[in-house]
Design a binder for this molecule. Structure first.
Ligand SMILES: O=P(O)(O)OC[C@H]1O[C@@H](O)[C@H](O)[C@@H](O)[C@@H]1O
Length: 303
């Protein structure tokens, strides 16, 4: 895999660090690095965003841009938190895409780390919506990374909420992978003006891909099978009726932090709650958790 000086410097810095917890500045982003016998986890305080997860002895599971725009811009890579709306704001297109959480400052409220894994609790430093509590729980255990994003409506009004945990998975080459586990699910194709369709048993990436898939049964998860790296990732989403699959293809030429040199290094498989396949209203007093987990399995996977 090719690396730019930015990514090299992040990875090189982490590789040369001692075990333990470290603060690190990277392109203006304030990062917290955790390194132990279980591997490495890097969190950005901008966005409460997991930037890197590498189980010991494995390649990183997540992709991170090698050409970040720099703080305080949103970071492409890792797992951005899209909240309290997913994609364009339904009423006001002037508002930032994917909500305000990914460019807000977050804090670590609690953490427990040992040589087998860790658990971190994060929340935005300042409330992002009046009366609404938001918490992100990040867990590493048995070489698996899990995120759970919990919203509690403590306001006096029902809340309209769509959201996503927008995971960017690192792949050898997006043309040499397939996604399985969504066969026969209904989907909407954003590249074709939300044209409805049905998912095939195996999805391959040959061009720009942007699908909102209705996933009613998440129990077996989605498999990302990487023939180049001979790696299989199992992604299990919970509290999510929509799985979003995205790779910009040739549209990456207009994205300064992706570009045609990086576009085949990742695919996004996102745990989402969208206005198409999920109930968007969170009642007064109600709590909702959107979660995702990822681990690698032996290749080829048995299904
Ligand atoms: O450019 P952004 O805001 O990071 O969004 C990236 C992509 O995120 C995906 O979730 C959407 O389905 C795409 O339509 C979008 O282009």
């Amino acid at each position: 895999m090719d690396h730019s000086p930015f990514q090299d410097s992040l990875e090189t810095k982490i590789t040369s660090m001692d075990m333990g917890c470290h603060s690190l500045q990277w392109c203006g982003y304030e990062l917290i690095v955790f390194k132990d016998l279980w591997g490495e986890l890097v969190i950005s305080l901008l966005g409460g965003q997991v930037m890197l997860f590498r189980p010991a002895g494995e390649k990183p599971l997540l992709w991170l841009t090698a050409k970040p725009a720099g703080a305080p811009a949103a970071i492409r890579g890792g797992i951005p938190v899209c909240w309290p709306w997913f994609a364009e704001h339904p009423q006001n297109p002037e508002l930032p895409k994917h909500g305000v959480a990914r460019t807000a400052r977050w804090q670590i409220d609690d953490q427990a780390v040992d040589e087998t894994g860790g658990r971190w609790l994060m929340s935005p430093e300042l409330s992002l919506c009046d009366g609404i509590q938001l918490q992100l729980e990040i867990t590493v255990a048995d070489a698996e990374l899990s995120l759970a994003l919990t919203t509690t409506n403590g306001s006096a009004q029902p809340m309209t909420l769509t959201q996503a945990l927008h995971s960017y998975f690192a792949v050898s080459d997006s043309h040499d992978i397939e996604i399985q586990g969504l066969a026969d699910c209904r989907c909407l194709d954003k590249v074709q003006d939300m044209q409805p369709g049905v998912m095939p048993p195996s999805l391959r990436f040959t061009a720009e891909t942007d699908l909102v898939v209705e996933q009613t049964d998440n129990s077996d998860g989605v498999m990302l099978i990487d023939h180049g790296w001979k790696r299989a990732l199992r992604i299990i989403n919970r509290g999510s009726g929509s799985t979003v699959i995205w790779n910009p293809g040739s549209a990456a030429a207009n994205m300064s932090d992706v570009g045609m040199d990086q576009v085949s290094q990742f695919v996004c498989v996102e745990a989402a709650r969208t206005r198409f396949f999920d109930e968007p209203v969170l009642a007064v007093g109600a709590t909702q958790t959107l979660a995702t987990s990822v681990r690698s399995l032996p290749y080829p996977p048995a299904r």
